[in-house]
Every structure is written in structure tokens, then in C-alpha cells.
Design a binder for this molecule. Structure first.
Ligand code: T4K
Length: 381
């Protein structure tokens, strides 16, 4: 029987679109900023936003930043990491780059085949006398094996930083994901479920870290007469904070819409030979709903991930191959011993299988059904 043909979408469909409430709501908030004549440097919006986020993220302490990458650089500085840090090759470039910016050598550890996170059972074999920490990523919002990672860290006196860029709203048994390890970083980039256009935050349990991190993000300025450390400019502006305050009221609605779209994707795609999904129903885990990711087994599906990615473009659908290539394959890191094929068999396989599908509240259920129909029509093509 000839296969059904589908029409391209009239407008391009991207993997995400930013959560944008009515502009009048934002303008109303901006009037407050204008009236205050305070645009940055720990202004009133910043202070209120920081307090509100403590509740949303269920964390005891938090510092806001101008973006997630600077926040991660400061996290490494605040814990005085040096030498080597164990990390994952399956992430956005920012993750290993923050180590390089701190003169730290990234040591890539292979990942787990189900969560796609750093394989906690393999960390120990990567340690050397130079290792000072672990920088793990809750990739696509799926929590790492936080218990096992902490066990290894405690045994060897290592610090743990979580790149929680994708994990806004994730909880394990009611506990905020940002309370695990020494420090966690959340990104509030426009492509994130919750955003401030650009922005980010560090969360931590130790009150002593608060003053150090806040100094580090403000040039190390203690007061008008004292600069006590070589800090950087990591400050979030009042406009970013105001946007964040408005969007906090909209994020639950966005989550509900995405939960509906996730259900549709699963109903349409579960049982299709050659397609598999991330573990969406982990016991006691509140999901992130940041990305909807599929894995394509070329042999079983009859069409490669790269071909699916290219074919989708003909329908005006722009999926993303996050995170291909692996960080260990970048020219700046491929010479490292830990970047070898032999060290990263799982990550190398998975990086050729994953595809991030369109996933944001502005999509309709019909759009998702159509995207799934197109995908299924590519089988054995
Ligand atoms: N760690 C991890 C694990 C991360 O994933 C990231 C960032 C970081 C650290 C660093 O955090 P930040 O310093 O960024 O706070 C995007 C984001 O720019 C990046 O923040 C994010 N991860 C990464 C996964 O995705 P690109 O280069 O793929 O973005 P781009 O411009 O291709 O956007 C993707 C799609 O989103 C576009 O095709 C259309 C849509 N889009 C994008 C923007 C910016 C919009 O509709 N409107 C927009 O304003 O990196």
C-alpha cells in the first residue's frame, strides 16, 4: 500500500518557543522598574525574585545570575575546585567549558544507557590524585543517581556540583533537586521551561556559601573601600528579575500544557518499533517537562536519526540533535585521555540516537499528532 503523504506545516515548528505572557502584563511590571530608577545591582525586583524562587525550587539558599554559564563558573570558584573534575560528555558545551575557564581539566566519564546521565558506578575508576570534584548534569531534567554520587564524593572528599540547567521544578520525594550536592545551577535561558530571557541561579544548603558567591558575582566588592577577591560580573538585572517574577505565575500553566502534550506523544509513539523514550515515570520524581526526547534505533526503525532530522525539515519541523557531537569530540577536548572511544562506548552510541522533538505549551495536540504521523511515515524509508 502506498504511504500516506503529509503536508508541511505552514509556519516553522521549533523544538521550543519561549513562554511569553501578554506583553501588557510585562509592561505593567516594567513600570515598577522604571519608577524605582534601579536597573541592576541587587535592586528590589532582584530581592523579591530571589525570595520567591526559594519557595518554587524548595531550596534554603540561592543566588541569581545573569546566565547559567557564569553561574557555573562562579560555582567552581566558590568551592575552589582545581586539578581535575569528573564530568559527562553528554551535555551542552557550557558544562566542560566552565571547567576549562577555571583552569581545570575535564575528565569525561561514560553515561548510563537509560537516564543518559553520568554513570555513577564508573566515576571511581576515573579518579586520580588531582581530582577535586564531580560536575554532573541532570540531562533533560532526569535526576542523576544523587545518592551514589554523594557516596563516592564522601568516600574521596570530593565536592559535587550539579548542572541542573534542565531541571526547573524537579523534585525527588518532595525534595527540591537543587538541594543535592554542594551547589546546583539552574539556567533561565529563553529556551527553558521557566526563563528570564537570559539568566540563572545557584542553589546550595550552606549559608556560608551565600556571601562568597554573592561577592564572586559582584567583582569581589565587599564595600566601597574593600575588594576582597577577584570576582566577575554575574549580576542579574532588574528587567530580568521582573520578567522572572511575572513568569512564575505562568509556569504551572505551561507545565500542565506540556504534560498534556507528553501524554499525546506517548500515546502516538509507544509501541513503535525502534523508538524508545527517557524514563518519564520515575518513582517519587516530579518531572521537569523541559524536553521531549526520543531515541531512534536505526536497525529497528529502518531510518537513521540523522535522516529523520533531515526529513523533518522538509515538513518545516526543526528538531535538535542534543547533545551531538559529544563534548569529548570537540577540538578543545578530543586529545584528552578520557575522550577515547574505549572510555565512552555508551555516550558515543546514544549521541547518534537521540532527537529532541518540538515541545512547548504553544503547540496543539493536533500539531503533536501530525508530527508523530510524519515520524511514523519515515519508518523503513
Ligand atoms: N548546561 C546545560 C546542560 C545547558 O543545556 C545549558 C544551556 C547550559 C548549561 C548553559 O546555560 P545558559 O548559560 O544558556 O543559561 C540553547 C540555549 O541557548 C541554551 O541555553 C541551552 N542550554 C541549550 C540546550 O539550548 P541553542 O544554541 O541550541 O539555541 P538556539 O538559539 O538554537 O535555540 C533553540 C530553538 O529555540 C530555536 O531553534 C528556536 C527557539 N528559540 C530560541 C530562542 C533563543 C525561540 O523560539 N526564541 C528564542 O528567543 O542553545
Amino acid at each position: 500500500m502506498p504511504k500516506e503523504t503529509y503536508q508541511p506545516f505552514r509556519e516553522p515548528i521549533y523544538i521550543t518557543r519561549p513562554l511569553l505572557p501578554d506583553v501588557d502584563v510585562i509592561l505593567e511590571k516594567l513600570r515598577e522598574v522604571w519608577a524605582s530608577q534601579w536597573l541592576t545591582n541587587n535592586g528590589p525586583q532582584h530581592q523579591i525574585f530571589e525570595q520567591k524562587l526559594l519557595e518554587s525550587l524548595r531550596v534554603p539558599y540561592l543566588s541569581l545570575f545573569n546566565n547559567g554559564t557564569i553561574a557555573l563558573i562562579v560555582a567552581c570558584q566558590s568551592l575552589r575546585l582545581s586539578g581535575e573534575v569528573i564530568t559527562t560528555p553528554f551535555s551542552f558545551p557550557a558544562t566542560p567549558h566552565v571547567l576549562a575557564w577555571n583552569n581545570i581539566r575535564p575528565v569525561f566519564c561514560d553515561i548510563e544507557p537509560t537516564t543518559l546521565n553520568i554513570d555513577a558506578d564508573k566515576i571511581e575508576s576515573m579518579l586520580t590524585p588531582q581530582t577535586t570534584g564531580i560536575l554532573a548534569v541532570h540531562v533533560f531534567g532526569t535526576p542523576c543517581n544523587v545518592i551514589k554520587i554523594q557516596e563516592v564524593a564522601d568516600r574521596y572528599g570530593l565536592r559535587v556540583i550539579y548542572d541542573a540547567a534542565h531541571a526547573f521544578g524537579v523534585e525527588i520525594g518532595g525534595r527540591g533537586i537543587g538541594t543535592y550536592g554542594d551547589i546546583s545551577m539552574f539556567s533561565f535561558h529563553a529556551t527553558k521551561l521557566f526563563h528570564t530571557a537570559e539568566g540563572g541561579a545557584l542553589t546550595f544548603n550552606d549559608l556560608h556559601l551565600k556571601s562568597r558567591i554573592d561577592l564572586l558575582k559582584n567583582f569581589g566588592i565587599k564595600n566601597e573601600n574593600e575588594v576582597v577577591m577577584p570576582g566577575i560580573n554575574g549580576k542579574m538585572t532588574e528587567i530580568q528579575a521582573a520578567l522572572g517574577l511575572v513568569l512564575l505565575d505562568y509556569v504551572d500553566g505551561e507545565r500542565r500544557k506540556r504534560a498534556g502534550l507528553l501524554k499525546t506523544y506517548r500515546e502516538c509513539l509507544e509501541g513503535v518499533d525502534g523508538l524508545s523514550f527517557l524514563p518519564y515515570d520515575m518513582d517519587g520524581v516530579e518531572k521537569s517537562l523541559q524536553y521531549f526526547v526520543i531515541r531512534i534505533d536505526e536497525k529497528l526503525f529502518g531510518c537513521s536519526r540523522d535522516r529523520v532530522y533531515e526529513e523533518f525539515k522538509k515538513y518545516n519541523v526543526f528538531t535538535r540533535k542534543y547533545f551531538f557531537p559529544l563534548c569529548s569530540a570537540y577540538t578543545c577536548y578530543k586529545h584528552l585521555p578520557s575522550s577515547s572511544h574505549a572510555n565512552l562506548p555508551v555516550a558515543e552510541k546514544i549521541a547518534c540516537e537521540v532527537l529532541c522533538m518540538p515541545f512547548y505549551g504553544g503547540l496543539s495536540v493536533d500539531d503533536v499528532v501530525r508530527i508523530c504521523d510524519i515520524l511514523k511515515s519515515l519508518r523503513h524509508q
